[in-house]
Design a protein around this ligand. Structure first.
Ligand code: NIG
Ligand code: FE
Length: 411
């Protein structure tokens, strides 16, 4: 396929890098008035319209009509497999309850766990597929999905099997993470360490035996799992080759960043409450610092220190955290705008954070997240826009004209 009349081709990377660190994030290469050619599922070549290639007549030519072409979003942190919704807690929050208070009353994650356990695998698949389609329509081409609302072996496996079915059903790339340590299952109330021991002894081997998760996650935070329990889980998971991507420092300075980095985490996520020590550690490491501005927005929490992380040299990704409790939206364009408005990222930095660095946080920066030869042709064709900065600026104006995933139009 050949796309002609591209007003702005954005996110070009001739060096084929797999992530961008620190001040590298401020650069985003573009070409005005361009064409782009795909070959099957991958990006083949691009150039300026005055060098428009000749075609043999068999190639499909499609006109971008002056719109921008950019890589599809890479959303590296979501919980889109869940049952029902939690707008009751949303109203509780309006009346003054905090996220932690709702969790202590048995709401929160355990509320979603009750609903998930009562929902059949087929029904869970149907509900979750709706969200998978929703995020594809908003321009996401690569997504990570966590378990963590099952909290028993059977229900965690049910969730992960649904994720595997979604992966087979959609052209979007899907990465799976086992988050059995999201909360303590109800059967283990008051016996948190017993739950962790069971998770290591029974859940991890069962998940690994079916090959259902590439990554492992732990909610390492005040009121959830301790650093020792996190280390225990990550060490067991390493035996099965599962790399950590952990929830850390959302609610308190938890030690989660240190534990994650020490265990070679691919990413540590949330980071609303980190100080200079954590920033310096992340800047020195290869762990991606993933911030979730949608959760800060929805819960009224502080925003993670994206500016300091980038200025210190860290690799920063932004993700949606799409989940029923703290971020009921997978809109990556909005995430990008929040990055600019609330975290003071430039449009270019925010763009790199939701594309190539998101891919890096899913260990697929070699294949996704930029316009590079041989990378998967996951492309958004936008409506014409005056400049690139218009994208995060006009944050609610519809911008998508067409989407291609694996080189095929998404309808
Ligand atoms: O990333 N913080 C932990 N887990 C999710 C929220 C899950 C929920 O409330 O259902 C998060 O914000
Ligand atoms: Fe999360």
């Amino acid at each position: 396929m050949l796309i002609s009349n591209i007003g702005l081709l954005a996110g070009i990377d001739s060096e084929h890098r797999t992530c961008l660190r620190g001040n590298e994030m401020s650069t985003m290469h573009t070409l005005q008035n361009a064409w782009l050619r795909t070959d099957g599922e991958v990006i083949h070549s691009w150039g300026s319209m005055d060098t428009f290639p000749s075609t043999d007549g068999n190639e499909e030519i499609t006109d971008a009509a002056g719109g921008m072409v950019m890589p599809a979003f890479c959303d590296s942190h979501t919980h889109i497999v869940y049952a029902g919704s939690r707008e009751g807690e949303f109203v509780d929050k309006i009346h003054g309850l905090s996220y932690e208070e709702i969790a202590r009353r048995g709401g929160g994650i355990l509320n979603s766990s009750d609903r998930l356990r009562a929902t059949s695998e087929n029904e869970l698949y149907t509900q979750s597929m709706e969200r998978a389609r929703e995020i594809m329509a908003m321009g996401t081409g690569c997504v990570e999905i966590k378990s963590g609302y099952g909290l028993s072996i059977d229900s965690e496996l049910k969730m992960l099997r649904v994720t595997a079915r979604i992966a087979e059903s959609v052209p979007m790339k899907v990465k799976s993470t086992f988050l059995g340590a999201h909360a303590v299952g109800r059967e283990y109330a008051g016996r948190q360490q017993d739950y962790v021991d069971m998770l290591c002894r029974e859940m991890l081997p069962a998940v690994a035996a079916e090959g259902l998760a590439e990554f492992v996650d732990v909610f390492c935070d005040e009121g959830f799992f301790t650093v020792d329990q996190t280390a225990q889980i990550l060490e067991h998971a390493a035996r099965y080759g599962m790399r950590p991507k952990i929830h850390a420092n959302e609610l308190a300075v938890s030690g989660g960043v240190q534990t994650g980095v020490a265990h070679g985490a691919l990413s540590t996520d949330h980071l609303e409450r980190i100080g200079q020590e954590e920033i310096d550690l992340l800047a020195k490491s290869d762990t991606v610092a993933t911030l979730l501005p949608g959760a800060s927005f929805f819960l009224g929490m502080p925003y993670g220190p994206a500016r300091s992380l980038i200025d210190s040299g860290a690799t920063v990704a932004l993700a949606s955290d799409y989940n029923p409790g703290s971020s009921p939206s997978g809109n990556m364009r909005m995430v990008m705008s929040l990055g600019c408005i609330k975290m003071k990222l430039t449009p270019e930095e925010a763009f790199n954070a939701v594309t190539i660095n998101g891919a890096a946080a899913m260990d697929c920066g070699a294949d996704y997240g930029s316009i590079a030869t041989g990378k998967t042709a996951n492309l958004i064709v936008t409506r014409p826009m005056p400049t690139f900065a218009f994208l995060p600026y006009a944050y609610a104006t519809p911008f998508i004209d067409r989407i291609y995933l694996k080189g095929q139009p998404v309808t």
